[in-house]
Design a protein around this ligand. Structure first.
Ligand code: ADP
Ligand code: MG
Length: 255
């Protein structure tokens, strides 16, 4: 495949037993692109992100991240399944932020952020702390490095979770409804951090129903329903002029 795509999905299928959750997803994400994904609950959005992040195995189809086939190593014209350690190494290159912040509750903010770089990548502690401080500054929490997660608001915890993902220098960031568990007044700060990240050129796939964010920050917008991509285009076009009845009906509920 062309190496100038960050993500390419080709006819991706995923079954859980007899339940077919992804029914042939075709998608391309360019480097630096911010793709927003919307769709009803159960449409397969999280499953698709999890496939990109090596957390689910595809049932059929192919998926590439940064030119490399997910789950397999190619040797000549043969494909070999990756070993667990190889999968783990690839997963480190992708940052993921979930609806629930899942910080380590017994570690202060800065220790949360340096955990993976020091333990997994072997970055020296001093250097990891320096980088963590830059990241905390970037997410507006420079004064919270010694705080524990329970002392922070949900929005602050989510910004720490973003900083923690960034500490691994990911080439791609996946966000799965990052603001939907937050009180409304805390959503803006998290979206602001994501907007800055987008402006800085990060490639991002963002499952969100924040349509203002999708319109202003997204380069593309995908509407998924029932395991397929129903509509895909420039956010302002999809929002202002949806082509499918299912998209229209969904948008009328979230706008
Ligand atoms: P969305 O994120 O769009 O709400 P999901 O990808 O979470 O949708 O789920 C799509 C469908 O797949 C749902 O019907 C869900 O119940 C099912 N599903 C997700 N994960 C699993 C799993 N590990 N085992 C069985 N079914 C699953
Ligand atoms: Mg989901």
């Amino acid at each position: 495949m062309s190496a100038d795509l960050m993500v390419k999905a080709e006819n991706v299928h995923k079954h859980f037993g007899r339940l077919e959750v992804l029914k042939g997803i075709d998608l391309e994400v360019a480097p630096g692109e911010v793709m927003c994904v919307i769709g009803p609950s159960g449409s397969g959005k999280s499953t698709f992100l999890r496939c990109i992040n090596h957390l689910e195995k595809l049932t059929a189809g192919k998926l590439w991240v940064d030119g490399e086939l997910v789950g397999y190593r190619q040797k000549g014209d043969k494909l070999y399944e990756l070993r667990d350690d190889e999968v783990a190494r690839k997963r480190r290159e992708i940052g993921m932020v979930f609806q629930r912040f899942n910080l380590f509750p017994h570690m202060c903010v800065i220790d949360n952020i340096i955990e993976a770089p020091t333990q997994v990548k072997g970055v020296p502690k001093g250097q990891a702390r320096e980088r963590a401080r830059e990241l905390l500054d970037q997410v507006g929490l420079a004064d919270k490095e010694r705080a524990y997660p329970r002392e922070l608001s949900g929005g602050q915890q989510q910004r720490v979770a973003i900083a923690r993902a960034l500490a691994m220098d990911p080439k791609l960031m996946l966000f799965d409804e990052p603001t939907s568990a937050l009180d409304p007044e805390l959503v803006g700060d998290v979206l602001e951090v994501m907007r800055n990240l987008a402006t800085a050129g990060m490639t991002m796939i963002v499952v969100t129903h924040e349509m203002g964010f999708a319109r202003e920050v997204g380069d593309s917008l995908v509407f998924m329903d029932g395991g397929v991509i129903v509509e895909h285009g420039a956010p302002k076009d999809v929002i202002a002029n949806p082509q499918h009845e299912r998209t229209q009906s969904f948008l009328s509920k979230v706008l």
